[in-house]
Structures are given as C-alpha cells and as structure tokens.
Ligand binder design. Sequence first.
Ligand SMILES: [Zn+2]
Ligand SMILES: [Zn+2]
Length: 111
Amino acid sequence: MLKVHILNRCPYCDGKAYLPTGKDTNAKGETYTRHTPCQMCEGTGERGKWVSLTDFLEMLNEAQCKHEHTSYRGSMHFSAGEVWDDIVEVCDDCGANLEHHTLGDFIQDEN
Ligand SMILES: [Zn+2]
Ligand SMILES: [Zn+2]
C-alpha cells in the first residue's frame, strides 16, 4: 500500500503550538496566562501523518473542489437536559465534511 506523508495542523492545539495552562502572577503582581508548548506536537503546531494514496487523492479532490453545493446532515439531540447537535455541513460534490479541516486549509496560495 502506497502511503503519503502529510503535515497536518495539530488537532490538539489546533496549530497554535502553545496552550494556555493557567493563570500566574508576574513580579509586578499582574495576572497573565501561562502558555506551555503543546505536548502532542512539541510546540510545532504540526503533526505528521501517513495517509494512503487513496485518501490523499480524496483530500486533493476535496482541496480542489469549491464546495459549491453543500447540505447539512445530522440532527439536534436532547439528553439529560443537555442540548447538542451532530449537524455537519457536507459537500454534495466531493463528500467533504466541511466542519473538519481538509487539505485545502493547509495549501497556501503563493499569490
Ligand atoms: Zn499541538
Ligand atoms: Zn466539495
């Protein structure tokens, strides 16, 4: 099976590389938010990932698709007094889940 290595935004810190770990007080007595490097990506904000060539082609397809036709799938749920939904926007053309980051988010336009 052919595999392609891609760099993805770290899902744990969402590419921010640093995560707030709590409030602290500096020498002047001012509170500030302390940040530490994300443990998942070791402060790089990126995570390498191996995907199969089929998955990669699918991602390429999604990246090229303009997602002109989309529809919402899922529904609202009520349980134990909580309301949540699993409604996602899905592209009718390529099937991409637009709630999730796709390869297109990581391809930078040179212009
Ligand atoms: Zn991270
Ligand atoms: Zn699409």
